[in-house]
Design a protein around this ligand. Structure first.
Ligand SMILES: Nc1ncnc2c1ncn2[C@@H]1O[C@H](COP(=O)(O)OP(=O)(O)O)[C@@H](O)[C@H]1O
Ligand SMILES: [Mg+2]
Length: 232
């Protein structure tokens, strides 16, 4: 579903991502760990085609994202802070952003999507300015569902969420996984990576140092491995 082939990004002489080779299969949740500046966002931005690769390719469904704009229709992107209109309700935001993507769901369908994404019913019609961060991220999930996204690209979506909100977000990701959605997520949360991810990669200075299946490591081993790489 997602594939990076020798994917490289330079900013001037600085190499932000160095020859990344990675395959993420349908229904997998791949968690990218690494200190700030490791190249996680650069990787995600390349898949989004927000930036151009210096070498190599980012592929979605065997299509090079820089050549096939239709790959955008398969994607939903949730950054750390989702851009929503604060003076509009969750429902109005969802309706607006779905409309931009050509969606034509009824009000009832959109309400249901918000509800299924865990937004409390009494908040659906309230202004987003009254939402917690976790609630805004749920609107992001509802939008991904409304668009029928096959791929989720998540850049630290749970940073700053309390454990309950973070747990709810994980549940939503697992629910999307059951529907065959493929996820690439940058995160600093080792616990969630182990708990929710099917696969984990550790990045440092633009390089993917390790990748493995979450089931093959204990949380303690993951933490040790992560810290070992950060100290080297
Ligand atoms: N537009 C840019 N111009 C110059 N350098 C950049 C740009 N974007 C990212 N970088 C650099 O690339 C490196 C990787 O950044 P990033 O992918 O954002 O890391 P992460 O998301 O893992 O914290 C950092 O050193 C960052 O300063
Ligand atoms: Mg980042």
């Amino acid at each position: 579903m997602l594939e990076a082939i020798d994917l490289t990004k330079k900013f001037g002489d600085f190499i932000a991502l160095k020859s990344l080779n990675l395959i993420i299969k349908e229904g997998e949740i791949f968690c990218l760990l690494g200190a700030n500046g490791a190249g996680k966002s650069t990787t995600i931005n390349l898949f989004l085609n927000f930036i151009d690769a210096t070498h190599g390719k980012a592929m979605i469904n065997n299509m090079d994202v820089s050549k096939h704009k239709e790959t955008k229709q398969l994607l939903s992107y949730i950054p750390e802070n989702l851009m929503l209109y604060k003076n509009l309700s969750g429902l109005e935001n969802l309706r607006f952003f779905c409309g931009l993507g050509g969606g034509n769901q009824s009000k009832g369908e959109l309400e249901e999507l918000l509800e299924q994404s865990g937004l409390q019913i009494d908040f659906i019609h309230k202004r987003v300015s009254s939402y917690s961060k976790g609630m805004r991220q749920k609107v992001g999930i509802a939008l991904a569902r409304a668009r029928g996204a096959k791929v989720l690209l998540l850049d630290e979506p749970t940073s700053g969420l309390d454990p309950k909100a973070s747990n709810e977000f994980s549940e939503l990701l697992l629910n999307m996984k059951e529907k065959g959605v493929t996820t690439l997520m940058a995160t600093h949360d080792l616990f969630r990576a182990k708990d929710t991810g099917t696969h984990i990669g550790i990045m440092k200075e633009g390089m993917l140092l390790e990748k493995f299946e979450s089931k093959d490591v204990s949380f303690q081993d993951l933490e040790k491995l992560y810290l070992k790489h950060m100290h080297n």
